[in-house]
Design a protein around this ligand. Structure first.
Ligand code: PGA
Length: 236
């Protein structure tokens, strides 16, 4: 099982360090074998000492080693911390930061070439969900159109936009149906994201074709995140 935490614009350098240390100790002490992924904000990245199944990734990076791209970070800055994992295509970057499919593809190809583990996010807005399952699938597959799905370090996160940060996750039936159909095209691990929390994690992880979760809001509190890791361990 893969349990991933997306900090978004939360936590400071100091509290990130504490969070990563607490989670690492927990993973060691509880003998956790599941994969734990943490995406802190860029200023809080560091060369953390981690258990082998815990990884730190960047929430965003520009498809370049270095150069003149004000406000962006390149692979050289990530190399300094040994970061080899990246979140690409998150709905907040697509919709709030207006990232195009073309830029997302460039990022994917650049960081794939460098061997990064990539958590690639897809997901439909509410107006698409309301049109029915076929439209939902078409929309999600279109976001993967020029993405090499055979890449060995690829993880896909299905995150319906209307379920992110709203406190209302997709229903068990919606997740089950969507993941089942997506699975026909996607062999990579398939995560669900969108208002996952301690209270619904067990149910979500028990759905066929859900290989893990990408958690925002409910993961920022380290005790809650540890509870989620513990639930994932029990599920096996
Ligand atoms: P949420 O965010 O858990 O707060 O809904 C999920 C995500 O954006 O990855």
């Amino acid at each position: 099982v893969i349990i991933a935490s997306n900090f978004k614009t939360n936590h400071t350098r100091e509290s990130t360090k504490e969070f990563v240390q607490t989670v690492s100790d927990f993973v060691d002490l509880q003998d956790i074998k599941d994969e734990v992924l943490i995406f802190p904000s860029a200023p809080s990245l560091d060369a953390f000492v981690l258990p082998s199944n815990v990884s730190i990734g960047a929430q965003n990076a520009y498809p370049v080693k270095s150069g003149s791209f004000t406000g962006e970070i390149g692979s050289q800055q990530l190399d300094e911390f040994g970061v080899k994992m990246l979140l690409i295509g998150h709905s907040e970057r697509r919709h709030i930061l207006k990232e195009s499919n073309a830029l997302i593809e460039q990022k994917y190809n650049f960081y794939k070439e460098l061997g990064y583990k990539i958590v690639f996010c897809i997901g439909e807005p509410l107006e698409v969900r309301e049109k029915g399952i076929q439209e939902v699938i078409d929309y999600n597959l279109a976001q993967l159109e020029n993405i090499d799905l055979g890449y060995e370090h690829l993880i896909i996160a299905y995150e319906p936009v209307w379920a992110i940060g709203t406190g209302v996750s997709a229903t068990k039936q919606q997740i089950e149906q969507t993941h089942q159909i997506l699975r026909q095209s996607i062999k990579a691990p398939l995560l669900y994201g969108g208002s996952v929390k301690v209270a619904n994690l067990k149910e979500i992880l028990s759905i066929p074709n859900v290989d893990g979760v990408l958690v925002g809001t409910a993961s920022w509190n380290v005790e809650e995140f540890q509870k989620m890791i513990a639930i994932a361990k029990e599920m096996k």
